[in-house]
Design a protein around this ligand. Structure first.
Ligand code: GLC
Length: 672
């Protein structure tokens, strides 16, 4: 939000502000209602009344924010209002699928719709800004935050960025500001270990990791949050070249930078600052406006001024941007505007839950369906529901869902019971979610033997992914592996349902031993409902993987757009790019996903034989639904530059389209 139109009022405020009041505007503090970072939390109400706080995170509720806002407006000398921020990453009260799941819908309209509802619910909770969308391209399932990303592809990431910015910021009357995070290349943390070092080529930085952020800036994102990580030893919170020279000066970003949680103070731990004063100076010079929970600006900038590490003009630039942001939110006209949005009526809540169901259905990927074991339309038989996620509620909400109304979510088994009359469904957990046995594997085996078919619900808890959720071995916990083997050994058809925040490494015998594989990720408030709809055929699955699933941990990182190398993998050539002890191919590839119907795609037709610089090429294909069920197909347009001045990825995604067709019907699908 630029400061056009507010300049005179900002100039007058700046001229009147003391240093403490200026630094207060750059200081963001967290309540202790939820925990999203280390160290001491809790709203310092005395500091707020004294004007030493400019914004607050992790504090929500119309009346709760009104009470704290009143302290800033009425107790402080200048009455400058606060703004309130929260991580509304995939929903506020109505929880949508995690971003990695929703990306599998390949539908920018849906992505925008869910952001709009999330924004409305955030506004109803008195919030002004969300710390989302998270736009890090991620290709390493060991990294827990892959759950929060739109997956491995920069083009998908850019489309996701645009849709989410529009959804959060452009809805009326309840829009909120959005924050593109974590800038940049955080998904490359070494060995998938959280907060670890990052090294990236300039080409990969510009072709893969920057594009989603550039798209967000082009769409008018209000704020950007730097990553905790470094690039080649320069921490992002001190990276003036990228934050200011590229994003502000070259891309034209006019919004504010909000540090990540204590990210400025962490510059001391990074070893690039001797103390808070140096850390504050480095971040200020890099262009960061607000210090989230680091107190580096409040406590370090006075000393930095004294030492000549920064000057008052530099501080004023950031204060001006923060004041302009608050003017842009309308806070100076009505500090309590967000507190008066009101609560949704029953119909609106119902509409939101239906959107959550639609989004969960569209994000659930069918990856195997041998012998047409799905959909299970015959409910006259007996059904075994087994696994620690069969009756899960909270875990289905995934990470970053503090306010998700878990008691209103329906589990897989509860929803399936609506289809199978009582007595013909048998449910056993069979294991705990973590590696602990709960001693019911034998009972699960008995049930699997006794029933016509088993639905085996395995995966992760919501705490096993997200921030600080890195796993060196991203596979199923040992107890679930033992449970799966017992169920498969019963010799009956098995449908595997995976609820997880990342691609999981699955053993060959498990994938080969089941008849169907359904990846539901963490689908949010309506996960159980959506899974049951797909298992019973009420909904024809259409999702496609937005991230590659490795076959072995040793393959990581693995993604579809790798370069061919000088000796492309050839199973018949010893001297080619491959392993002695593992396949080169992943378990499941980017873009993979099945339907209950079948589609054919004709040869691509180009609208011109040649393409000159600056021209646009139109491509169309004929798509036919050759099956007996209405379905939705995603058409991907990949390119490969066969001979170029540098080696190019084997495939680069340049467009995707969705097409919905009734049985036995066809239509042309065009790229532009
Ligand atoms: C966390 C996360 C960031 C989040 C912030 C505030 O550490 O890295 O994504 O927005 O703190 O909760």
């Amino acid at each position: 939000m630029s400061d056009d139109g507010f300049n005179a009022r900002i100039d007058a405020l700046l001229a009147d502000m003391t240093l403490t009041e200026k630094l207060g505007q750059l200081n963001m503090v967290s309540s202790d209602l939820t925990v999203t970072g280390p160290g001491k939390r809790g709203l310092p109400l005395a500091d707020i009344s004294a004007g030493r706080v400019g914004s607050v995170l992790n504090w929500w509720g119309a009346e709760e924010t009104r009470a704290v806002q009143r302290r800033a407006v009425e107790d402080t000398r200048l009455g400058i209002p606060l703004f309130f921020g929260f991580d509304i990453v995939h929903g506020q009260r109505t929880i949508f699928p995690i971003p990695l799941a929703e990306a599998c819908a390949f539908d920018p309209v849906l992505w925008e719709q869910t952001a709009r509802v999330a924004a409305a619910e955030g506004a109803e909770d008195g919030l002004h800004i969300t710390f989302a969308p998270m736009l890090d391209v991620a290709r390493d399932p060991r990294w827990g935050r892959i759950a929060e990303t739109p997956g491995e592809d920069p083009f998908v990431g850019a489309q996701f960025a645009r849709a989410k910015v529009r959804g959060f910021q452009n809805g009326s009357p309840c829009a909120i500001a959005a924050t593109a995070k974590h800038f940049v290349a955080y998904g490359l943390v070494n060995a998938g270990r959280e907060y670890a070092q990052v090294d990236v080529s300039d080409r990969a930085l510009h072709e893969v990791y920057l594009p989603p952020f550039h798209a967000a800036v082009s769409e008018g994102i209000a704020a950007i949050m730097p990553a905790f990580s470094d690039i080649a030893g320069l921490p992002m919170h001190a990276n003036r070249k990228l934050l200011t020279e590229v994003v502000r000066d070259r891309w034209g970003f006019k919004g504010i930078y909000i540090s990540d949680y204590a990210g400025i103070a962490d510059l001391v731990s990074h070893g690039v600052a001797a103390d808070l004063a140096e850390a504050a100076a480095l971040a200020m010079l890099a262009g960061i406006d607000i210090d989230m929970m680091g107190f580096a600006y409040l406590k370090g900038l006075p000393a930095a001024l004294e030492r000549g590490l920064v000057n008052m003009t530099q501080i004023d630039v950031s204060v001006r941007r923060v004041l302009a942001f608050k003017f842009g939110l309308g806070l100076f006209d009505d500090p309590y505007r967000a507190c008066n949005v009101g609560r949704p009526n029953t119909q609106r809540k119902r509409d939101r839950r239906f959107l959550a169901l639609e989004s969960a259905r569209r994000s659930t990927v069918l990856l195997k369906n041998d012998n047409h074991v799905l959909p299970m339309t015959d409910s006259t038989g007996s059904l075994a529901i087994i696994g620690p996620l069969a009756d899960a509620h909270h875990d289905m909400l995934g990470p970053w869902s503090a306010l998700g109304e878990a008691d209103e979510t329906i589990s897989i088994v509860d929803r399936l019971r609506l289809h199978w009359p009582h007595g013909r469904i048998m449910h056993v957990a069979g294991a705990r979610l973590d590696s602990g046995d709960d001693g019911s594997i034998r009972a699960a085996s008995v049930v699997a033997h006794a029933c016509d078919i088993s639905v085996l619900c395995l995966g992760e808890s919501r705490h096993m992914s997200g921030e600080a959720g890195s796993r060196a071995d991203p596979s199923l916990p040992a107890a679930q592996i033992r449970l799966a083997r017992a169920v498969i050994d019963a010799g009956r058809p098995v449908v595997l349902v995976l609820c997880c925040g990342r691609p999981l490494v699955l053993p060959d015998w498990l994938v080969d031993g089941v008849d169907a594989v359904v990846v539901a990720w963490f689908g949010g408030s309506e996960t159980g409902h959506a899974i049951a709809d797909i298992l019973t055929g009420s909904f024809n699955p259409s999702a496609r993987l937005a991230v590659t699933w490795p076959a072995q941990v040793g393959q990581i990182p693995i993604w579809y757009g790798m370069r061919p190398t000088g000796r492309p993998a050839d199973p018949n050539e010893l001297y080619s790019s491959k392993y002695l002890d593992s396949p080169v191919e992943p378990r499941f590839v980017f873009g993979e996903g099945m339907s209950f119907t079948s589609f054919t795609i004709g040869e691509p037709v180009l609208d011109r034989p040649e393409l000159r610089v600056g021209e646009c090429l139109g491509v169309s294909v004929d798509v036919a639904n050759t099956g007996s069920m209405r379905g939705r197909s995603t058409i991907f347009l990949f390119l490969h530059d066969a001979v170029a001045s540098i080696s190019r990825p084997m495939l680069e995604l340049k467009a995707f389209r969705q097409i919905e067709l009734g049985p036995e019907s066809a239509r042309k699908c065009a790229s532009s």
